[in-house]
Write a protein that binds this ligand. Structure first.
Ligand SMILES: Cc1cc2nc3c(=O)[nH]c(=O)nc-3n(C[C@H](O)[C@H](O)[C@H](O)COP(=O)(O)OP(=O)(O)OC[C@H]3O[C@@H](n4cnc5c(N)ncnc54)[C@H](O)[C@@H]3O)c2cc1C
Length: 364
């Protein structure tokens, strides 16, 4: 039997970043069901850092994560261009007001957008330019967190799905394939499986729902210029960005409710993506080279969940990172570690992210 202060279930970016933060102060074990960490959402992202993505209550976590990612050489400038139809003028106004003074934005004409997109459809009436958006080296960030955790003494066991969790004394008895493990605190950082891990531990679910999101890699003619920004439709119907070798990554911005699983791209979603792209950009596609899907998991209010569960004080949530789990990981892990270790939270107000909001008649 082995004993750890903290056992984290899931070694994607959420579990790995939290482990790196807490391991200098406590004994930590990460249990990962797959043979390698990063197989699920973390390994399937579109790899961008956008300060507006996820909304105004996600922005503080994203902006505060920027310096760490930058200092570790994990960001590459990209820029972000929202395309709006005339009927979406109000949306442009709302977005500018929501991030006023926090994110640099410029209103652009469609002619300015045509610098990159000469075939841009006349349906679009204006554009919103956000220069701060970058690409993220996701594998690099994940590996750095895992390395940091390991160097601080944390252990990672792969191919070790949590099967049973029983409350005993001041902690837990856990079964994950091998001998029984004792834990002081159990952390659910299990992505799409976050509620299932809670259920194993007898903790009521929060209602974290996985949604499938599809990405296709396209060979286009002419090839995508390397300085093409991340291009987003204001109505949320697609986004695309350049990939190495003049390729494009395109998503139909789909959000199909799914069960926790090894998600795969659906042909219909691929067809929808291509149809929307062809109508918007009029940019010939030579070939669909790759397609994949992953699960983005959201709590009912679409904010992440960090903190001890008021119904079970030895159970900690680090879950529901939706479509922003990579870009928020450094700052979110710092905040979550302070909550987990009972220390003062320095930079960010954790109140909107506490699980308390779903318990005992919480405010939402
Ligand atoms: C197509 C797509 C595009 C995205 N684009 C971006 C982007 O551009 N920028 C951004 O910031 N975010 C993006 N995201 C979101 C981001 O990928 C996620 O928010 C993030 O990866 C979530 O990390 P995680 O560690 O919680 O989940 P995961 O990476 O899914 O990790 C959870 C882990 O828990 C393990 N697990 C589950 N149950 C158990 C168990 N019982 N025992 C042990 N282990 C278990 C799983 O095997 C898994 O490895 C995107 C997501 C998708 C799908």
């Amino acid at each position: 039997m082995s004993r750890f202060d903290i056992v984290i279930i899931g070694a994607g970016i959420a579990g790995a970043s939290l482990a790196a933060e807490v391991a200098p102060h406590a004994s930590v074990l990460m249990l990962e069901a797959e043979d390698q960490p990063g197989y699920h959402a973390t390994g399937r992202s579109a790899a961008f850092w956008s300060e507006t993505y996820g909304g105004p209550l996600i922005q503080p976590l994203t902006s505060a994560s920027g310096p760490w990612l930058q200092d570790h050489g994990l960001l590459t400038p990209r820029g972000e261009l929202y395309l709006a139809r005339a009927s979406e003028w109000g949306e442009v106004e709302r977005m500018m007001a929501a991030f006023n003074g926090r994110v640099v934005m410029e209103r652009w004409s469609v002619e300015q957008a045509r610098r990159w997109l000469p075939g841009l459809s006349n349906d679009f009436a204006e554009a919103l330019w956000m220069p701060s958006c970058t690409d993220i080296d996701v594998a690099g960030a994940h590996q750095l967190f895992l390395k940091g955790a390991r160097q601080a003494g944390a252990e990672l066991r792969c191919g070790a799905p949590l099967e049973r969790a029983e409350r005993m004394g001041s902690g837990w008895r856990l079964v994950a394939g091998g001998p029984v493990i004792e834990a002081g605190v159990l952390v659910s950082a299990a992505g799409a499986w976050a509620d299932q891990v809670a259920a194993l531990a007898g903790v009521p679910p929060i209602g974290i729902q996985p949604y499938r999101r599809t990405v296709v890699q396209l060979e286009v003619d002419p090839p995508a210029p390397a300085d093409l920004p991340l291009v987003m439709a204001m109505d949320g119907s697609f986004y695309f960005k350049p990939e190495a070798g003049g390729r494009l990554w395109l998503s139909p911005h789909d959000e199909t409710p799914d069960s926790p699983c090894d998600a795969a791209a659906d042909e219909l979603d691929v067809a929808v993506a291509i149809d929307r792209f062809e109508k918007a950009a009029r940019w010939p596609i030579r070939r669909v080279e790759r397609r994949w899907a992953g699960l983005r998991s959201f709590a009912p209010d679409r904010l992440p969940v960090y903190g001890f569960d008021p119904l079970e004080p030895r159970f900690f949530w680090c879950a529901a990172q939706g479509g922003f789990g990579i870009q928020t990981a450094p700052a979110a892990a710092k905040m979550a570690a302070a909550l987990l270790l009972g220390r003062q939270v320095a930079e960010i107000d954790p109140a909107p992210y506490l699980p308390d909001r779903f318990r005992n008649g919480g405010s939402r």
